[in-house]
Design a protein. Structure first.
Length: 274
């Protein structure tokens, strides 16, 4: 009989500390996304993000993680995840996903947003909007579901029900538990699998992060041993938030409003702990 990895359940006080990390992260992503423009390098965006963390007294959980050399992942166009910021200057029409994290008093947050630089292609705007909406549908399922697998079911149902050209949900990269470490049990699948996962109960904190693509689900790892790209060169997108379950509801720790603006139209009202 196989033992499942132990899930770390948090106290309300620990969730409040994770909220502090989430707010710092939200502010850092605000600044980095706001600075994304034609001609700006991904390395410059990394510096903007890092400066916000430093000013807030937080640290990056990306920098140095298994040797990763930056505070954000900056993935452009066909880069799915783990793009290394550097000298690449953003061009008109690029779709950019920025994934970052912050640590406050030993507690982690993790969040990703996407932005289209300059004039968007309609298919790219649809991809980003759908990925963000898929994330929020998954988060909403956390409020009413019984098991973690309900999150992936909700994401899959939403994406499968979209009108127009089909979008693919990557299966090789999934969400995760988060707390005293950035990556913890359980895995949070973004698709239907038949795997129910652990029960949803107070103290559970998850990073929910669907990644959608315009083409094939096949990916390739580049020679830098970090950057994952779509094999067919079609574009991809990532959105992510850190979410806590507590005894009165759910709370999106890495959203400044706790997730209210996006969740209330889905019938869910996030509940802060203070």
């Amino acid at each position: 009989m196989f033992r499942q990895p132990k899930v770390e359940y948090k106290s309300n006080q620990q969730i409040l500390t994770m909220r502090k990390a989430g707010l710092v992260l939200s502010a850092a992503l605000d600044e980095a996304i706001g600075a994304a423009a034609v001609g700006v390098t991904t390395g410059e965006l990394n510096a903007v993000f890092a400066d916000v963390l430093k000013s807030a007294g937080a640290t990056s959980n990306f920098l140095g993680y298994h040797g990763f050399p930056a505070s954000i992942c900056a993935s452009v166009n066909h880069e799915v995840v783990h793009g290394i910021p550097g000298d690449y200057a953003l061009q008109d029409g690029d779709i950019l996903s920025i994934d970052g994290g912050a640590v406050v008093d030993g507690w982690h947050s993790d969040s990703a947003r996407s932005v289209i630089v300059g004039q968007p292609r309609p298919e790219d705007q649809r991809l980003s909007d759908a990925t963000e909406s898929a994330m929020w549908h998954g988060i909403a399922a956390l409020a009413s579901g019984r098991n973690v697998g309900d999150v992936g079911n909700a994401i899959d149902d939403y994406v499968s029900g979209l009108e127009g050209a089909p979008l693919g949900i990557l299966q090789d990269y999934v969400g995760h538990g988060i707390g005293t470490q950035m990556h913890q049990a359980p895995d949070v699948l973004n698709y239907r699998s038949g795997h129910r996962g652990p029960k949803i109960r107070p103290g559970l904190c998850l990073a929910i992060e669907p990644m959608l693509v315009l083409g094939s689900l096949e990916t390739t790892l580049l020679d830098d041993d970090w950057t994952v790209v779509t094999t067919d060169g079609r574009r991809s997108c990532q959105w992510e938030h850190t979410v806590a379950v507590h005894d009165r509801g759910i709370w999106v720790l890495s959203a400044a409003d706790g997730g209210a603006a996006k969740l209330e139209p889905l019938g869910v009202t996030p509940v802060p702990l203070s």
